[in-house]
Each structure stands twice: as structure tokens, then as C-alpha cells.
Design a protein around this ligand. Structure first.
Ligand code: G6P
Length: 611
């Protein structure tokens, strides 16, 4: 999704801005641009469709020299991805703005501006903001005041960074519904939508709050104002989560690296959170025990892959902790008349902690009398974490591949810790609890073993490269794993894939089965296996080709059209985590064979900060 970088520096900013954009590339985008004020206060801009490398090439030919600048990677919402719609947007030759988010009332504002003679050169909502700011600046001759006045008229979500040639040492930023941080350097100040963009130049950040407007200026301290225009002291925090240097570490793609990191990050997600026999409730915060003791039901809200983690957790929470659980995608939940029974714990799941719908759902839930909110998230300091009562970090480390892998399995680990914590307070069988805890201790090793199947799965992938469709089947807690397997395949290989609970097969999808429709099924050795086996027969009888990931103990014979890949036995409670991994590898290898952009698939964004 869109990224913002800005700098008021003591050196040329082009390289700082470009490096910031490169570090935000993983979020997904379709064009990039930057605007720099030259020493004689002229505004120069360069934009390019496609990758940051294309922009870099243009800048190589015609560098932009200056110490104040703003930059952007765009993910199209209003108007096609092309150069005219790429940011920064200008009003005349004086003012430039970059914007993340969506201005919902841009149409009436645009009509008003056109009536006053402003000429638009793009289809974007952002250009409206550029002209509004220029109009206001002409009145006040002060960029801060102009931004404060204009943002009060905007509906929607935005993070903005603005500069004007008449105040050549100043950038003004604003945040409402889209993240923005200030990087505090030595004699230099920066803005970005994600601290990761600025780690080469600073590790000290001010996390702006909703409604904040900030002025960074040469030789002056950072000045933050709240939505009422009152000056606020916001604390400067040191970023302590590694230098953010994210490299592929010898792997061909970030996604493959992240799949292979799972044993380590799952160990990190468990570290300090398990005793010999129990999950430690305090991992969720010092008030967690009191809150959990009051919990009578759970609502889990998330989007995309995180939603699938929630669906798995529903099986666990009801089965092991005996607590009624509902799971819903955030974009639906936030517009529903929700009935909240007394004592309901509100849980959000998010890799980024900035997903617009999930954040909006949290804010919506705050007004609805929940017991408390808990965020399970991978990004410390993210909006979701800061706005929730309780939080548990998943410790997956930066995830760059747009298709989520290690973030998902660490979410599942966190959700199992939640299940055990609630289970303990609700009389879960102690023997079962300690069996699952033992299995969790062994999970990193079990995942390492599954990763050993990489070569075999790569061969298997060849059977999919020419296919246009695929069907994933699962039962019980493995139905969401089938959903996640199908999502991975469609995200990165563009093969149309669907997932069904295996028992639904004969109620429709069976009609699709023929020799062109590969069927993938996860068949761990659990109580549902026998039923699953008969579903598999239904597929085979219609000429469908079957690929089964099964427990080593399962009596399923390989035959013509039936490929069985065996995984070492694992406690059935943790099987959904283990069986995710071969499906990730399968999608990855199919995508590589198809030659798609694995880490940044078309049309998708890593962090969806607009509705
Ligand atoms: C985007 C990403 C998905 C992710 C979803 C939710 O669609 O491409 O990989 O699952 O957003 O993101 P979150 O950061 O809230 O987990």
C-alpha cells in the first residue's frame, strides 16, 4: 500500500528518500515519485510508473538536488496507475503533497475548486488536497496554518506530507486514520508512514496520534499539534526491533526466506511464554488474568490471512477452553448491528497493526461495551497495539512478502497460547493442557522437519503450473488451513483456487471435478479422517487428481492419480500449524514455475491502510 517519506536534512535528500521508498516497497505499490526543493527554492519533481528502480533510473539521468523533499509509493485507489496519477501532486509550481489514504468528500471539493479556476491534471483525490492547501496558503502565507485549516474540511483517512517553495525549510505532516511517524535526527527531521523507511537515518521516532499535525523545520524542534491546534509534547521513542535491514539472506525470494524462518520465529513467539506445563497468562499483560477470568465469550476480527488464523482459533477456543467464539472479517463486522453479550472479549489479529478495516472495527467495538480488547499483532508500536487494552506480539520479525506466511503461523501460536490461558481459567483438563504445552515446545523442530520436504514439494508443483483452477479440502480446524492454502495459491500464482469443508463437496463443487481440477487435501490423523477419506474417494471416482498431505500413520495408499505426502506425527491440536507449511511451499513453487512476481504480486498490497 502507499508509502510516505519526507526529509528536512543537512544533506541532499534524494538518496534518503529513495532508500526510504525501497524499504517500503514490500507494502505493494504501482508507481513512485519524489519532489525536492532546490537551494534556490524551486520545486522539482520526478515520477515513474512501476518499480522504485524505474524512478531511480530517471533520477540517475537527472538528479534532484536539495535538502528538503517528500516521496511516495502509490497503490492506486482513485485513477489508474500511471504517471499523471503518481504522487507527489502539485498545485502550480509552488506546493507539493504526498498522501496515503482516501479523501471521501473529494468530489464536491473538486467541483468547488474547478469553479474557482483550478485545473486538475490527474484523477486522484490527492490533487484536491494540493489545490486546497495552495488556496489556503495564499491566504495565510503559513504552511502549518494552511494544513490545519484544510484537514478540518477533509472526510476520510489520510496521512499527508506537504512542502511549499515559499517556506523552503519546512515540511508539514498530518495524520488521520493512516499511520505517520516523525524521525528525529541530529539537526535533521524526517517523516514516514513506517519507521522502517527511516532506519538508515535515525532510530528515534515520535508516533503521531490521530488528528495530529506536525511541523518539521530546519534548526527548530519538531512541533506537534493536536486536532484542536494545541501544541503537544509527544514522547520520542527509540526503535528497538533490529536495524530493519531486510535482505533475502541468500534465498531467491523474501517469501521463501520467511517460510524457512518459521522454526526460529515460532521459537521466538513461544519464548518466555511457556512453563513446563502451562502457558503463562502474564504474557498478555499484567491485567490479563483479571480480564480473562471475566471473559464469557470471544469475538475475533481480522482480514485476509489473519482472518484465517481466527477461524482456526475458533475450533481451539471452543474445544479446549469451552468458550463460545465468533470470528468475522473486519469489513463486514464494522458495518453490522452487532449484539455484544456481557463479558465478551474483543480480539483483533493483524500482522501490520495498521489494516484500515481492522482498526476501524476496534474503534467501533470500543463503543459497544466489550469487556476489553486484545490485539495479537506483529508490529510493536502499531496503531492497533497502541489502541488496544491488551496486546501480544507475535515476534515474527519484518515480513516482506505480500503473501503472509510466518506472520500466520506465529499468530496461530499466539492463539494457542490464548486458548491455553483461557482454558486454564475455565477448567481445561490438565493432562491435555500439558500435552499441548509439550507439543508446543517441540513445534519449531517439527516445522524444520516439514521444511525438509521442500524439494519434493517443488517437484509436486509441476502438476499445477499448467492448471487454471484448484480445489482445497479440509475438515474441522483444517478447513481454515484449506482456505489459507487456496488464498496463498491465488495470491501469488494467479491460479483460481477455492476451499471447501470436505463435507460440502457433494453439495456443489463436485460438479467441477474432472482431470483438469487438482484437489489438495490435508488429512492429519484426527477424528475426522475416516470421513475425509470417503470425500477423497468421491473426487477420485470422477477422475480428479488428488494430492494429500497426511500423517505418516494414515493408511492411505498412493495410486494412479493419488499422491500422498507424509508428515511426521504431531499432536492433533497443533496439526493446523504444521500442515500450513507444505501448502505455503506448494504455492511458492507453483508461482516460481509460472514466473509471477512472488514477493509483490499484481494488484495486492502488504498493508491495506485504506478501506
Ligand atoms: C493484506 C495482505 C494480507 C493480509 C491482510 C491483513 O491483504 O496482503 O497478506 O493478510 O492484508 O493484514 P494484517 O496486517 O491486518 O494481518
Amino acid at each position: 500500500m502507499c508509502g510516505i517519506v519526507g526529509a528536512v536534512a543537512e544533506r541532499n535528500v534524494q538518496e534518503i528518500l529513495l532508500e526510504g521508498l525501497r524499504r517500503l516497497e514490500y507494502r505493494g505499490y504501482d508507481s513512485a515519485g519524489l519532489a525536492v526543493l532546490s537551494d534556490d527554492a524551486r520545486l522539482n519533481r520526478q515520477r515513474a510508473i512501476g518499480k522504485v528502480a524505474a524512478l531511480e533510473q530517471r533520477l540517475h539521468e537527472a538528479p534532484l538536488i536539495g535538502t528538503v523533499g517528500i516521496a511516495h509509493t502509490r497503490w492506486a485507489t482513485h485513477g489508474r496507475p500511471n504517471e499523471e496519477n503518481a504522487h507527489p501532486h502539485q498545485s502550480g509550481e509552488s506546493l507539493a503533497v504526498v498522501h496515503n489514504g482516501i479523501i471521501e468528500n473529494f468530489e464536491p471539493l473538486k467541483r468547488e475548486l474547478e469553479g474557482q479556476g483550478y485545473v486538475f491534471t490527474s484523477q486522484t483525490d490527492t490533487e484536491v488536497v494540493a489545490h486546497l492547501l495552495a488556496r489556503e496558503f495564499n491566504r495565510t502565507q503559513d504552511l502549518l496554518a494552511a494544513v490545519q485549516t484544510v484537514v478540518a474540511t477533509l472526510d476520510g483517512a489520510y496521512a499527508l506530507a506537504v512542502l511549499h517553495r515559499a517556506q523552503p525549510d519546512v515540511i508539514v505532516g498530518a495524520r488521520q486514520g493512516s499511520p505517520l511517524v516523525v524521525g528525529v535526527g541530529i539537526g535533521e527531521s524526517f517523516l514516514a508512514s513506517d519507521p522502517m523507511a527511516l532506519l538508515p537515518v535515525t532510530d528515534r521516532f515520535i508516533y503521531l496520534q490521530e488528528g495530529d499535525v506536525v511541523r518539521i523545520a530546519r534548526g527548530e524542534p519538531v512541533a506537534v499539534f493536536d486536532r484542536r491546534g494545541e501544541r503537544q509534547q509527544r514522547s520520542v521513542q527509540t526503535y528497538e526491533h533490529g536495524d530493519g535491514t531486510v535482505t533475502k539472506g541468500g534465498y531467491r525470494h523474501f517469501m521463501l526466506k520467511e517460510i524457512h524462518e518459521q522454526p526460529q520465529v515460532i521459537a521466538a513467539a513461544l519464548e518466555g511464554r511457556l512453563s513446563e506445563r502451562h502457558a503463562l497468562i502474564k504474557s498478555f499483560g499484567s491485567e490479563a488474568e483479571a480480564v480473562f477470568a471475566e471473559a464469557r465469550q470471544i469475538h475475533i476480527i481480522a482480514c485476509g490471512t489473519s482472518y484465517h488464523a481466527g477461524l482456526v482459533a475458533r475450533y481451539w477456543l471452543e474445544r479446549y477452553a469451552g468458550i463460545p467464539t465468533q470470528v468475522e472479517v473486519a469489513s463486514e463486522y464494522r458495518y453490522r448491528r452487532v449484539v455484544v453479550p456481557e463479558g465478551t472479549l474483543f480480539v483483533t489479529l493483524s500482522q501490520s497493526g495498521e489494516t484500515a478495516d481492522t482498526l476501524a472495527a476496534l474503534r467501533f467495538a470500543r463503543e459497544r461495551g466489550y469487556l476489553a480488547s486484545l490485539a495479537i499483532c506483529n508490529v510493536p508500536g502499531s496503531s492497533l497495539v497502541r489502541e488496544s487494552d491488551l496486546a501480544l506480539m507475535t515476534h515474527a520479525g519484518p515480513e516482506i512478502g505480500v503473501a503472509s506466511t510466518k506472520a500466520f503461523t506465529t499468530q496461530l501460536v499466539a492463539l494457542m497460547l490464548l486458548t491455553l490461558s483461557l482454558g486454564r481459567l475455565r477448567g481445561m483438563d490438565e493432562t491435555r493442557e500439558s500435552e499441548i504445552v509439550q507439543a508446543l515446545h517441540g513445534l519449531p523442530q517439527a516445522i524444520s522437519q516439514v521444511l525438509g520436504l521442500d524439494g519434493a514439494i517443488e517437484e509436486l508443483a509441476m502438476a499445477f503450473a499448467e492448471k487454471e483452477h484448484a480445489l482445497f479440502l479440509g475438515r474441522g480446524a483444517h478447513f481454515p488451513i484449506a482456505l489459507e492454502g487456496a488464498l496463498k495459491l491465488k495470491e501469488i500464482s494467479y491460479i483460481h483456487a477455492e476451499a471447501y469443508p470436505a463435507g460440502e463437496l457433494k453439495h456443489g463443487p463436485l460438479a467441477l471435478i474432472d482431470s483438469d481440477m487438482p484437489v489438495i487435501s490435508v488429512a492429519p490423523n484426527d477424528e475426522l479422517l475416516e470421513k475425509l477419506k470417503s470425500n477423497l474417494q468421491e473426487v477420485r471416482a470422477r477422475g480428479g487428481e488428488l494430492f494429500v498431505f497426511a500423517d505418516e500413520a494414515v493408511a492411505l495408499e498412493e495410486a494412479e492419480g493419488v499422491t500422498v505426502m507424509r508428515l511426521a506425527h504431531i499432536d492433533e491440536a497443533l496439526a493446523p500449524i504444521l500442515y500450513t507449511v507444505p501448502l505455503q511451499l506448494l504455492s511458492y513453487h507453483v508461482a516460481v514455475l509460472k514466473g509471477t512476481d512472488v514477493d509483490q504480486p499484481r494488484n495486492l498490497a502488504k498493508s491495506v491502510t485504506v478501506e
